[in-house]
Design a protein around this ligand. Structure first.
Ligand SMILES: *Cc1c(COP(=O)(O)O)cnc(C)c1O
Length: 375
């Protein structure tokens, strides 16, 4: 996407994503975790991320919609592609065979539609069954297994490939018992499938479980946030588990103006910040239209020439103000970093997420909507 109205650029260091994949591969034991690249690779660029990870040994890739899978195929991607959200619309069902997409399936209605289509196909479609073991979002349950076995056995051009489930609390060290209960339910589902003669591979581990629950690695794992350098255990006693991960997204923009703010003067809408003494402010070309949330008003910091500068007053649509008092040589046209940056002043994704009142996942997805540069 190209945005003409803004100056904000997300800079993606693809080498760091490769580094993180190697860290996760080593942790996973089995070697090649499934690379989760849904939502435009968490804002990092679908095709670019898929390409470098294929080069790093990834064999299976998980996108969100079937449409996203088709788009990835359109870039020449030849590896296994899973659509985590599964088919929703007619065109998406047809695309499963034509584009070679493994769907996550979570309802009997989806199986009905596949049963209607499969007879006309020349090829066998591998599918993944999604089981609910505690997330309570999407998925079949243990009670569904006998009916599932019957339906799958009746189809000629649909074959069970993998079974999956998703953990609700793998990144919370104090919630181990919930993880254990989900794992136990998943094991029961797998035993039932095996007893009914349905061979399959299985995965339940997300990034947090790859790093923190080696007992749940099973046949494959699904690596998401950690690929992009987000530490799932940040702020917990298990934080060291993610210490080797490197953030891959930095976000920069330009300074538009630098001027004085005398003691008693205010800056930006609502006059929420009033200078207690003479200050120098830089007006920065970033605002909520660039996904730099208004909730960062008066809370966030940016990185300028390796130093931290605080945001003063309200974040506007395309601008905000930072305090550059005492800094030499700050000029209109200078780069300033909303995320990342040089040296000690570098802003981590976890810090920005905390000021924002959210998690690194949302920070990456939203800031990744800006134009991107790959380095
Ligand atoms: C997004 C997603 C993942 C990746 O989770 P992370 O916490 O980012 O590692 C794994 N599995 C499913 C089904 C997902 O939707």
């Amino acid at each position: 996407m190209s945005i003409l109205y803004n100056k904000v650029t997300a800079v993606i260091e693809l080498a760091n994503i490769v580094h993180n994949y190697q860290v996760l591969s080593a942790a996973s034991g089995s070697g090649a975790p499934i690379a989760v690249i849904k939502a435009d690779a968490y804002g990092h660029g679908l095709s670019q991320v898929a390409q470098v990870l294929a080069g790093a040994g990834a064999e299976t890739f998980a996108v969100g919609t079937v449409e996203e899978a088709v788009a990835l195929r359109g870039t020449g991607h030849a590896h296994r592609v899973i659509a985590l959200l599964g088919p929703v619309e007619d065109a998406e069902y047809a695309a499963l065979w034509s584009a070679g997409v493994i769907p996550f399936l979570h309802t009997f209605e989806q199986l009905d539609r596949l049963a209607q289509l499969e007879k006309a196909q020349d090829e066998v479609l591998p599918v993944a069954l999604k089981f609910d073991t505690g997330m309570r979002r999407l998925g079949f349950t243990l009670a569904d297994v006998p009916a599932l076995a019957e339906r799958l056995k009746a189809m000629k051009n649909v074959r069970l490939d993998m079974v999956s489930s998703h953990l609700a609390t793998a990144d919370e060290p104090e919630a181990f018992s919930y993880v254990a209960a989900q794992a136990e339910e998943f094991a029961a589902i797998r035993r039932e499938l095996a007893a009914l003669g349905l061979a399959h591979t299985a995965n339940i581990a997300n990034s947090a479980a790859i790093l923190g629950h080696p007992d749940l690695h099973l046949d494959q794992q699904r690596a998401g946030i950690a690929l992009y350098g987000g530490n799932p255990f940040h702020g917990t006693e298990r934080e060291a588990l993610g210490r080797d991960l490197k953030p891959a997204m930095s976000v920069k923009t330009k300074i538009l103006s630098v001027h004085g703010l005398r003691a008693g003067q205010s800056v930006s809408y609502g006059c929420t910040y009033t200078a207690p003494e003479d200050k120098t402010v830089a007006i920065v070309a970033a605002g909520y239209a660039d996904a730099y949330s208004r909730s960062l008003s008066g809370k966030a910091q940016m990185c300028l020439k390796g130093r931290r500068v605080p945001v003063l007053g309200r974040v506007c649509m395309q601008m905000c103000a930072v305090d550059v008092t005492g800094m030499e040589g700050v000029r209109a046209g200078d780069d300033i970093w909303l995320l990342g940056g040089d040296g000690e002043g570098r802003i981590t994704p976890e810090e920005l997420a905390a000021w924002w009142g959210t998690i690194t996942y949302e920070v990456f997805c939203l800031l990744g909507l800006n134009k991107r540069e790959f380095v």
